[in-house]
Design a protein around this ligand. Structure first.
Ligand SMILES: [Zn+2]
Length: 897
């Protein structure tokens, strides 16, 4: 049978990378200009694929708005192939919801223009997540195409049943972690295998002889795929001629200027029975381990920390609050949230969030993060304002009280300490000159206060009078109102606050001189932490030991900092040959109780390590000479400086986890810092929070692996466990870790940061800002579990970054109760990732998934609303109904009517 050679024109468009955004952008304008012109002048040039991302259309129109009609024409007549996504995002370093929103927004944007290409397009993504098949199925896609993650062997090499991550063919079955199955298309010869096709007969013959052989080594059908394009590749203007020449040269092949729709249709019809199956996440597990690009997770750690904060703010604070506020306002800030999401997601392409571009790119990203954060905070504050103004706060006997409302915006019961800074005794500028007000409040005797709940019962709290401060109100119908007030900060412990709920409290002045006994002078020499569940001691070598009192099990020698050289680049960590790590053992220079009240205690530990200031001159030479990192001989210099790491460890009375916060000022270059938590547990596998998945990963590497490290990525937790017990480390925006196997036990190593001086990849691009000089704070939580409470511990870790929120209000009547639950969530094994409103109908939408590998039941209730099952695109699924059962790792979306 005659083979068909499908040539698909495209250009892989990294919006920013080795050039700053605007320089790549100007090149994009030229590319699209050329493509549009070619459509007008060459009828044989049939189609061009816009790299799977609709944002390119916005980018082009930002410069050439007058070309919109022409763009529309060529999209609608099928020349310009768009979608399905908004951007080409990194899958592992962006949250579960970010992965979905990229699909949702891409779908919506594509619809504005016409139809999209129904293919999961991941040409350059740094590994593929294990839920891709389920996400594709919910989108209605049968195929995902990707360039990384699987090792193609060619069908001359037979694969075995145990080979989960290799494939004989470029086409394969891909079974997701929930057992959804799709067809995977691997760009076995990369997404540039049909780039720059020669027109001259002689060169064309040489080109195609080789290229056809390469493709046929992997193709399982007679449909051969050739991608005519590469990174930022200009369009090939003489492609029609080149195709004509190829057809003349090879009579048993039919060369066509094709597109993904035609190719997919024909390849699906011919797929053989004996395709290999790959399972779960695809992270190049069967390769030698040097080019997984996982170390981008620790490059420019400041990006990851910002990304984490915005994700929490948009997904788990702003949207749930706006959804609840809709009940009283009838309005939802769809446009504002879309704008925030789009701004935020512009930081999600692989060269952006992975931190593997030049300095200017990442400086621009920080502005986008800040902008998205400001919109998110605005939506959050407005929503809380509107909600609290409808909550009945007026109560008999509370005439002098300052009411405030505590919110839990997570899908779980929450224990914790809530903090607020309240304004009392406001004196507006219109009443008195501010300086006089400032003095007046400063000199007046501060009243004593207590905190009472909505039923008038006094509750435990720490209340501190901070003195006068400036503030202002922005009324919706009048000019701004500045004031000076007395600032009172309040901390109160909250126990078992139910999901998506609020509670009203009051700051009440008390007449009696001293209602509260001064806290008993705490014993500052007792440098330990203890509550009903856990305890912590400091060891003489500067490590800590923690006891899980419920399990009566002690974990020793935790909290070791480890510093090594890094002569790699933004993509890959490479330790200098034969270098010994520097540890913080016996380097504790100070330990004290830094804060203590009746419900909270915090210790501060200071470690000081001498760290070489940078790599030697050899590194610069090797960078400039583009020596591959594996062949570098550079070492670190002998000169050292002290690295002072100040770590606070806190424990609330009602908490099962310790909160760590390590602050340091990095003046050293070319190094990597990790914090180590030896588990004392011997296992072959561990678990980590990934995209809608608790991924089970092998601790051992494959036989092909030559990289001495095995870095991995996690979102909310890493867990090493046995049947009876386990340890959970919950990093807050610190995604790279390694489970290190030594002396028959596993240690969790969390990479705090890597400091490197060059981008890496195809040339020499210096990146001084990737040395991460300056002050950094790293937050992480530590908890433990027994045999029966693994799910509970996972859930706590998943929700650990979301704080309890407090909003001050005034005394007023209202239609909403002072204590209320908006959405109740029952189900040990489910985590809610979204509570939002549907863009078309304003109906509430919830999304959750089963984070365990067992069937589970659940019950969600939202007032008088009733749930209807839907796809992630929020299209209703009629057949299922609300089953109240969730399969292992199943993702469910509900629309509430
Ligand atoms: Zn790329």
């Amino acid at each position: 049978m005659m083979k068909t050679v499908h040539i698909i024109s495209h250009s892989h468009w990294d919006r920013e990378w080795y050039l700053p955004y605007e320089k790549h952008h100007m090149l994009l304008v030229e590319l699209i200009d050329d493509v549009l012109e070619l459509f007008e002048t060459d009828p044989e040039f049939k189609s061009f694929y816009l790299d799977g991302q609709t944002i390119i259309l916005d980018d082009y129109l930002a410069v050439r708005p007058q070309k919109k009609p022409l763009l529309e024409k060529h999209i609608q007549n099928g020349n310009l192939k768009i979608g399905p996504f908004y951007i080409l995002q990194d899958a592992f370093l962006t949250s579960s919801e970010s992965n979905v929103r990229n699909m949702l927004i891409g779908h919506r944007e594509s619809k504005k223009w016409g139809s999209k290409v129904d293919i999961g397009y991941y040409p350059d993504t740094f590994g593929n997540v294990g839920q891709t098949p389920q996400l594709m199925k919910q989108l209605g896609f049968d195929i995902a195409a990707y360039g990384r993650g699987v090792k193609p062997t060619g069908f001359a090499n037979k694969t075995t049943e145990e080979d989960n991550f290799v494939s004989s063919y470029s086409e394969m079955k891909w079974v997701g972690v929930d057992q959804s199955e799709i067809i995977g298309l691997l760009f076995a010869n990369w997404y540039s295998n049909g780039n720059e096709v020669p027109v001259a007969e002689k060169e064309a013959k040489i080109f195609w002889d080789q290229k056809l052989k390469d493709a046929e080594a992997y193709a399982s059908t007679d449909q051969l795929l050739f991608m005519n394009g590469c990174d930022h590749q200009p369009v090939q203007k003489d492609l029609s001629k080149a195709i004509e020449v190829a057809n003349e040269l090879y009579l048993d092949y039919n060369f066509v200027h094709s597109n993904f729709e035609d190719y997919m249709y024909q390849v699906m019809a011919e797929l053989p029975e004996d395709l290999d199956t790959v399972k779960g996440e695809l992270t190049s597990q069967e390769t030698e381990g040097w080019y997984t690009l996982t170390n981008t997770a620790s490059s420019r750690i400041y990006l990851k920390q910002e990304n984490h904060q915005v994700s929490v703010l948009l997904e788990q604070i702003a949207e749930p609050l706006a959804t609840m506020a809709y009940e009283v306002t009838g309005e939802y800030p769809h446009d504002q949230l879309d704008y925030a999401w789009k701004t935020y997601m512009q930081n999600h392409p692989h060269d952006s969030i992975c931190g593997c571009s030049v300095d200017e790119v990442h400086a621009g990203m920080m502005t986008r993060f800040q902008n998205a954060k400001n919109v998110g905070e605005y939506v959050k504050d407005e929503s809380m304002d509107k909600l609290t103004s409808h909550i009945k706060t007026a109560q008999a006997g509370m005439e002098n009280a300052v009411p405030f409302v505590v919110f839990n915006t997570t899908g779980s019961k929450k224990d914790g300490v809530a903090s607020i800074s309240l304004d009392t005794e406001k004196i507006y500028f219109s009443e008195q000159f501010p300086t006089a007000s400032y003095q007046e409040i400063k000199e007046a005797a501060a009243p004593n206060y207590k905190i009472v709940n909505a039923s008038g019962k006094e509750v435990e709290a720490e209340i501190i009078n901070e003195g006068p401060r400036f503030g202002y109100e922005l009324p919706k119908d009048a000019f701004r109102r500045p004031y000076i007030s007395r600032n009172i900060t309040v901390q109160l412990p909250v126990d078992q606050m139910v999901s998506y709920s609020w509670d009203t409290y009051y700051l009440v002045p008390v007449n009696e001189e001293t209602v509260h006994e001064e806290n008993q002078e705490s014993d500052k020499t007792d440098i330990t932490l203890k509550n009903d569940w856990v305890s912590l001691e400091i060891n003489s070598n500067g490590t800590i030991s923690v006891t899980d009192l419920e399990q009566n099990r002690t974990y020793s020698n935790l909290l070791v900092f480890e510093d090594v050289g890094d002569i790699g680049n933004e993509y890959v960590f490479k330790q200098p040959n034969n270098e010994k790590p520097i540890y913080s053992l016996n380097k504790l220079v100070d330990a004290k109780v830094s804060k203590e009240n009746t419900f909270f205690k915090e210790l501060t530990l200071v470690h000081e390590m001498d760290i070489p200031v940078r790599a030697d001159k050899q590194l610069e030479i090797e960078q400039q000479a583009v020596v591959e990192f594996r062949n570098r001989k550079a070492q670190r210099v002998k000169e050292t400086k002290p690295l002072r790491i100040e770590t606070t460890i806190s424990l609330a009375k009602n908490s099962r986890h310790f909160s760590f916060s390590s602050t340091l000022h990095n003046e050293m270059k070319d190094h990597r810092l990790r914090v180590l938590f030896p588990t004392g547990i011997q296992t072959d596998v561990h678990y980590a929070d990934s995209i809608f998945e608790t991924v089970k990963r092998e601790n051992k590497v494959s036989s092909a692996w030559t990289n001495p490290t095995n870095p991995q990525r996690a979102h909310r937790f890493i867990n090493v466990r046995r049947d009876s017990h386990g340890m959970i480390l919950a990093p807050q925006g610190i995604p790279e870790y390694e489970v290190i196997s030594e002396s028959d036990q596993q240690t969790i190593g969390l990479t705090l940061f890597r400091a490197v001086g060059e981008m890496g990849d195809w040339g020499y691009f210096p990146t001084p800002e990737a040395q991460c000089q300056g002050t950094y704070t790293f937050d992480y939580h530590l908890s433990f579990h027994g045999k029966d409470d693994v799910e509970k511990a996972y859930k706590e870790a998943i929700y650990s970054p979301i704080p309890l929120l407090i909003h001050q209000t005034d005394l007023h009547d209202g239609t909403m109760k002072s204590t209320e639950q908006f959405l109740s969530v029952d189900g040990e094994s489910i985590a809610v990732t979204a509570l939002k409103r549907n863009a078309g109908t304003n109906n509430p939408v919830t999304r959750f998934y089963n984070f365990t590998s067992t069937n589970s039941s659940y019950k969600l209730e939202m007032g008088s609303y009733k749930p209807v099952e839907a796809t992630i695109l929020e299209e209703e699924v009629q057949s299922h109904g609300n089953t109240q059962e969730v399969k292992p790792f199943e993702i469910k979306t509900h629309i509430w009517k």
